[in-house]
Structure formats: C-alpha cells, structure tokens
Design a binder for this molecule. Structure first.
Ligand SMILES: [Zn+2]
Length: 410
C-alpha cells in the first residue's frame, strides 16, 4: 500500500534531535521473501530507507482523525511522524500494519514507489550522516537534519537570516565568508544572532569565518562560543571590537585585516596568539595622533583635579555608592557564562554588552558610564604576526573603573 504525505524522521539515537522538518514523502508497505517492510522515499532518502515491520516498537494513533500517526522502530532507532494527505488511506494503512503484526497473511502488491517522487538534482547532498556540507548558493533547511555535521560551509550565499537551529548542529567549523548577511540593510542591533546562544554549537564550534560579510559590529553573542580558537573577520567594516571578545579564552588565531579599527581591545594584549593579522586598519599612530591620545588619557587627570578639592567627599563616594542593578546583572551573566537570546533581555541592556569592559586593575566588568578609557601602545604577542607598515606599534584601548581610580588616589 502506498501512502503519500509529509513525513519527518527523528533519529532517537542522537540526543537533542527534536525538531525535524517534515519532507514530502512516500511510504510503502511491501513484502520481500515473506518479510514485511515499510519503505520511505523522500529528498533525504532518495534511494529509500527500509524498516522491518517486526522492528516496530510503538504506534501512536491519538491524532489519526487529523491524518497523523507516529511509528517508532527499534532498529534503526527512528521515530516516524506521518501526516498523510488522505486520512482514509492512513486508516487503511494502519489497519494493514495491525494485520501484519497480528500474524495475518497480508497480501501486498508488488507496486513500487513512483520514480517522480522528489527528485531534485541535489538530493544526495543532504545525507543526514555526512560530516561536511558545502552550500551552493543559499541555506537549505534540510541541512538542519544533518546532525553528524562537523563543518558547514555557507560561503558566497544569500543568507537574509540564519536560522537559530544552526546552533543545534554539532559543528566545529562554520564559514559564512562572502555571504550576504542581514548586516547592512538594517540597524545592526536588530539582527539576532540566536544561533550563537545555543548550547550545542557553543560547545563544539572552534573555527568561525566571517570574512567579507559587511559586518559593522561584532555581536556580543560571540562570547557564548567559548570553544572558539580561530576567528576570521577580515574585509568587514568593524570600527571596534567588543571587550567581550576577551572572554574567548581559547582564541589563538584572529584575522581582522581590512577593517576600520582604531584600537584593539586591551584584554587581548597578553594573549599568546598563534596567528594574528591586524593589517589594513585605521589604527591611530603614536606620533601622528598625539592629540587624540591626549584627549583620552587626560580625562582622568581632569577628574582627579576636580575631586582633589575635597578628599572627604571622595572617600564618601567610594564607600557609599549603591551597586547598580544593571551592572550586577551584567557581571552575573558574564561571570557565570549564562547564554541568552538578545530579544529576551530589555533592549536598553544590549548596548551595555557592546560597550561594557573589564577594568584593567580590578578586572571587574564595568559599564560605560563608570570607567575611563586609556590608550597605550604595545606590540601583541603572536608567532605569526601580520601588520601594516604605517603603524609602528598597536594602540590598545583599556578601561579603568572610577572606583580603582579613586582608590589609587586616596
Ligand atoms: Zn577597577
């Protein structure tokens, strides 16, 4: 008997595989040498997948009136979710299975699944057991069923939005290089990077390539990718790097050439890079830009000069300031490595994750309104180091919180 409809196949041996997209499929019952089989053919299994009826472990028919049923097999450990086009056919189909199970001699015709059922050119590429996938020009949702993937190459594709379920794939390499992401068309903060917040990918991704994607702000969600070792952001429009990049403790290879960076975040200053490429940026120059540097570094002296008038007042400020609840939240989130979706927290907090930084003295996270910025110059530590000739030394932007500044002056 042939049943057509939408079918999704869940592999129960792979943990966390919950949402599998249904595919238009054909389901056929057949008998070969006295053994009964159920065969499914769709774009994921163009050459059919066979299940022995004897391996059927459970049949759920609670929603059979809606044309839906679920079959669970022992071997392979798959759960088949059926959504039949024809409800009556589903009734008959389930009746037939029941007859087979109860040992009746069910006669099945030798009918074959018609060849015209999904026969796209690229069907074989979406092999659910493949380790690597290279997309031709766009993201295809069938990729989300490939739960054994190690590397996902989505280069030079049109990717108006990346589904967050990419984050459920256990990939170690993701390349979006040259693709058209939604980075330029709207306000950058409104782009969600939820895939970075997912548990699976945050524990597997070691290499992320996002060269030439028109990126203006590196999303703070990058800090959730704790296993990241290799990050490539060349040929974008980055003006600065968020301080939270310093939370990526395993990072040892960074390419940020051909951007618009003026400084590097100071919390990368002591990192031992295997490879670092900072060439072709807009770094300020120690000699040429003395005025800019002075502007940054003199603020703290102004602050101290004004405060010098009343030492008692300063001691009071340090000791009695209430802790800011926003600051407490952000510290707690970052220090406990809590992952979240951007849209789940108040919008007013987003900018703090872009701009908050660790104080260079107490190493606590501080909010923009509570730190001073300093510029200093030093060469990074990298085995393979690429830079442009016009900069002699790299400028670093560091933060120092009011509290540390005040305490150091008491
Ligand atoms: Zn401090």
């Amino acid at each position: 008997m042939l049943l057509n409809g939408l079918i999704s196949i869940q592999d129960l041996s792979i943990p966390g595989q919950t949402q599998i997209r249904p595919l238009r499929s054909s389901l056929l019952s057949k008998q070969v040498n006295g053994v009964y089989f159920l065969t499914i053919k769709n774009s994921m299994y163009p050459n059919c997948i066979n299940y022995k009826v004897a391996d059927l472990e459970a049949v759920h028919t609670k929603f059979v009136k809606d044309g839906k049923a679920t079959l669970r097999f022992k071997q392979p450990k798959h759960q088949i979710l059926l959504n039949a086009d024809d409800r009556n056919m589903l009734f008959m189909f389930l009746r037939q299975i029941q007859d087979i199970i109860s040992g009746k001699d069910v006669k099945i015709g030798t009918r074959q699944i018609p060849k015209k059922i999904p026969s796209k050119k690229d069907v074989n590429r979406f092999d659910p057991s493949a380790h690597e996938f290279i997309a031709a020009d766009r993201f295809d949702k069938r990729i989300l069923n490939m739960r054994q993937l190690h590397s996902l190459i989505l280069e030079n594709c049109v990717l108006p939005s990346l589904p967050e379920h990419i984050g459920d794939l256990p990939i170690s390499l993701l390349s979006l290089t040259g693709s058209k992401l939604a980075t330029a068309s709207q306000y950058d903060q409104d782009i969600y990077w939820n895939w970075m917040s997912k548990n699976t990918i945050s524990n597997t991704l070691t290499s992320l390539k996002m060269d030439s994607v028109n990126l203006k702000i590196l999303p703070f969600e990058i800090m959730f990718l704790k296993k990241l070792q290799d990050l490539s952001l060349a040929k974008n429009k980055l003006i600065n790097l968020p301080q939270c990049i310093g939370e990526l403790k395993k990072l040892h290879t960074l390419s940020i050439s051909d951007n618009l960076l003026r400084f590097m975040p100071d919390n990368l200053i002591n990192k031992q890079f295997k490879s670092l490429d900072v060439s072709n940026n807009h770094f300020i120059n120690e000699q040429r830009d003395a005025e800019i540097i002075n502007n940054f570094n003199s603020k703290v002296y102004e602050y101290n000069k004004n405060k010098q008038v009343n030492k008692v007042e300063r001691i009071k400020t340090v000791n009695t300031n209430c802790i800011n609840l926003v600051l407490l939240t952000i510290r707690s989130i970052i220090n406990n490595s809590i992952r979240f979706y951007r849209q789940e927290i108040p919008r007013t907090l987003w900018r703090y994750f872009d701009a908050a930084g660790r104080c260079r003295k107490c190493e606590q996270f501080v909010l923009p309104q509570a730190y001073f910025e300093f510029i200093h110059f030093k060469n990074p530590q990298a085995i393979d180091y690429q830079w442009s000739n016009y900069i002699t030394v790299v400028p670093w932007l560091s933060f120092e919180c009011y509290k540390c500044i005040e305490l150091s002056c008491l």
